[in-house]
Write a protein that binds this ligand. Sequence first.
Ligand SMILES: [Fe+2]
Ligand SMILES: [Fe+2]
Length: 343
Amino acid sequence: MPAILFAAVVSFVLPIVYLVLWFKMLGRGGGGTYGAAWLVAVGTGATMWLTSMVLSIRAIVLARRSQQSSAGPVVALVLTILGALTGPASVLFGLLLAGGSAHGRPLRVRGRPRTASTTNNDRWIEHDLVPDLDGLESEQRAAHATRWTRDAQAEHASIAAFARLSLDLLALGAPPDLVDRTHHAALEESRHARLTFALASAYAGVAIGPTQWPAALRGAGQENIRAARRRVLLESILDGLYGEALAAERARCELDTCREASVRKVLAVIAEDEARHADLAMEVVSWLWDRVDAVAREDAGRLAEAIVSRAADDLEFAVASGVVDRLARLENDAMSCDVRAAA
Ligand SMILES: [Fe+2]
Ligand SMILES: [Fe+2]
């Protein structure tokens, strides 16, 4: 019957389509512009969901009237209701695929992390940072250069991410302390970028710096306050609470084995600052918690659980579990306030 067919497509087929398009949009399936296709798919899904809901309810009513079995229409209705969960879940999972960065907070343009390209310039190099290159084979130097260039691009992008966050916080009416600390974090990311571009350049044997970056001008688009609150909440969980804490832990672990003095200096700065940025993200999440609706809070909980289930190693799992614990404490605090208020 058409109602069951519609419901099955809405519940099982379209969420896979959303996920594949997310995957393409995030550049892990070959890149390209899939945003419009994703919006069309979501629009089609919403239309089909409504149609499926109407068809199933109508079929149930008609079956009751003609005193026939309504088992089929009821199955269609259950599947349709299930579609209201699988669709948003696939979108959340897609956001997760955008990556909790191991380098801190990324700049997202339409959900996708972006960085500037690099070119030969020395404007972003901290000149008094020179690692010891003695005894390194050319392949080892090339590998170090590649790794630190990638890190430098991510650190450079984090400056823009905090600039965007400060605008978001101003738009949402955040207290000045949060705005000040966000600007301070942007300056720390600027230092990380200069330190890491210095390491990349030293290992490469040629100056490396960022190019112009027009993609950073593309904003989050037209959003109402409710949507902006939800976005900032979810990004602060994924990129701040998780991504920055993971970056801090990775730097801390690397410090245990690294013997090169310049690299140790950079890792120590990054470990300390990124841990503070994760705490700042928690402050943002705490401030937003009472200002978002219950649906956004449920999305936040699902996102945290998805981060845990995606953890690829013990370190990721430990950091992700920490995110769940911090959110649970927040939820418990909110509940105890409700109880106190009711008493
Ligand atoms: Fe950071
Ligand atoms: Fe950083």
